[in-house]
Write a protein that binds this ligand. Structure first.
Ligand code: FES
Length: 127
């Protein structure tokens, strides 16, 4: 059983921003084929900023804590700032993850970035 920081436990027990956004501006999904965990991020964008961020995660405790932390870190940021959120910065904010759980933070950052890319793609299509 890996040892989790207090912050990880807090976000795991009381995850922030769980759920779905109705008519989201972008959706990003990421999974890990090895552990089978899946994350989906929903974003609402206003004036190039993440006005709202929600997620649904089917995964381990670390994956849930990571999604919760990513959603908090991303909310209110510009899209460009949010693209700079890395697995490393998420793990740091959580004051560390056990080594065998580091891949969980990849999922979170990646799913958020995918949602932003999805939003940008839709904007381009709209012209
Ligand atoms: Fe795979 Fe946590 S064990 S995301």
């Amino acid at each position: 059983m890996p040892v989790y920081s207090e912050k990880v436990m807090d976000h795991f027990m009381k995850p922030r921003n769980v759920g779905e956004i109705e008519n989201p501006d972008g959706i990003g999904e990421e999974g890990n084929p090895v552990c089978g965990d899946m994350m989906t991020f929903y974003i609402k964008v206003k004036d190039d900023r993440l006005e709202d961020v929600k997620f649904k995660t089917f995964g381990c405790g670390a994956a849930i804590a990571v999604s919760s932390m990513v959603s908090e870190m991303a909310k209110g940021k510009t899209l460009e700032e949010a693209m700079k959120i890395t697995p490393r910065s998420v793990a740091d904010e959580l004051t560390g993850l056990p080594k065998n759980k580091l891949h969980c933070s990849n999922l979170g950052a990646q799913a958020l970035h995918r949602a932003i890319e999805d939003y940008r793609r839709k904007q381009e299509q709209r012209g």
